[in-house]
Design a protein around this ligand. Structure first.
Ligand SMILES: NC(=O)c1ccc[n+]([C@@H]2O[C@H](COP(=O)([O-])OP(=O)(O)OC[C@H]3O[C@@H](n4cnc5c(N)ncnc54)[C@H](OP(=O)(O)O)[C@@H]3O)[C@@H](O)[C@H]2O)c1
Length: 253
């Protein structure tokens, strides 16, 4: 897919990694619907930066855990631009809680955004993609998609379910719509993340360092442009998932 002139909806596109993805798409010439939940000012700033890169852009607010809001988001994006060609689903409440701390409200909120919200967006936006014969979806996953991560129970289960949904869509919507996933490793720590934790996590990758949001952007753009890839996941994690397989003695202690 040539991204220039296409219309992309980026969920969670106002801040941090989502913002980098949105601006990467803008730099590639895609018009943008920048979705946000609470980061209204940041969303306006991202939109302004996208416009400086020469594309059309709007900010759209929605709590994606609410089906009506997810539906309204999809319809507003389509109404504004006339179509949506690309969806990047990066919105993801990052809640640290194991079973005992995961209230039903947390569970509903996290799975609501990761799974239900994406389900509604897909139901709303993929019929147009299929009718036009072209559509492109990337979901942003993480290590909890494939490995248990009990400290982040709802997050881990939600990402697994999101990938299960995405790969089903890759099958159902082929050949018109391609659906892929990116699995970032440590690319951007939360604000005020302790230095010793940063260092420990860096040691837990094969490359011995943190990545950068731009590494994720490059992977998203690669998958969007790669017309013969669908139903695939691309890890951008510095080899974090294989670090436990390093020969004893070679670890970065
Ligand atoms: N940072 C990393 O190193 C890393 C590593 C692995 C995977 N990832 C993945 O990359 C993506 C972005 O990561 P990040 O660290 O930049 O994220 P983040 O700082 O935790 O931001 C969370 C995002 O989710 C949105 N969000 C939260 N609750 C929402 C709701 N109820 N409805 C709609 N949107 C909601 C937020 O929107 P508002 O700010 O507008 O409220 C924000 O855009 C996520 O999918 C994450 O799992 C990141």
């Amino acid at each position: 897919m040539n991204l220039s002139g296409k219309v992309a909806l980026v969920t969670g596109g106002a801040v941090r990694v989502g913002r980098a993805i949105a601006l990467g798409l803008a730099s590639a010439g895609a018009h943008l619907a920048v979705h946000y939940h609470r980061s209204a000012d940041a969303a306006q700033e991202t939109v302004a930066e996208a416009r400086r890169r020469g594309v059309k852009a709007i900010a759209l607010q929605a709590d994606l855990a609410g089906p009506e809001e997810a539906r309204a988001l999809a319809r507003a994006a389509e109404a504004h631009f006339g179509r949506v060609d690309i969806v990047v689903h990066g919105a993801s409440p990052f809640v640290r809680a194991s079973l005992s701390g995961t209230t039903p409200e947390i569970w509903r909120q996290v799975l609501g955004v990761l799974v239900d919200g994406f389900f509604i967006l897909a139901r709303e936006l993929t019929p147009g993609m299929v009718a036009r014969g072209e559509g492109n979806i990337v979901v942003i996953l993480d290590r909890g998609t494939f490995d248990p991560w009990p400290d982040f129970l709802a997050h881990s289960v939600g990402k697994s379910a999101l990938w299960a949904l995405a790969r089903n869509l890759a099958v159902e919507l082929a050949p018109h719509v391609r659906v892929n996933g990116v699995v970032p490793g440590p690319v951007l720590p939360p604000p005020d993340y302790p230095e010793e934790d940063r260092a420990r996590i860096a040691r837990g990758t094969l490359l011995g360092r943190w990545g950068d949001p731009q590494d994720v952007v490059e992977a998203v753009l690669f998958l969007l442009r790669s017309d013969y890839i669908t139903g695939e996941v691309l890890f951008v994690d510095g080899g974090e998932r294989w670090a436990h397989r390093r020969p004893v003695g070679s670890r970065l202690e």
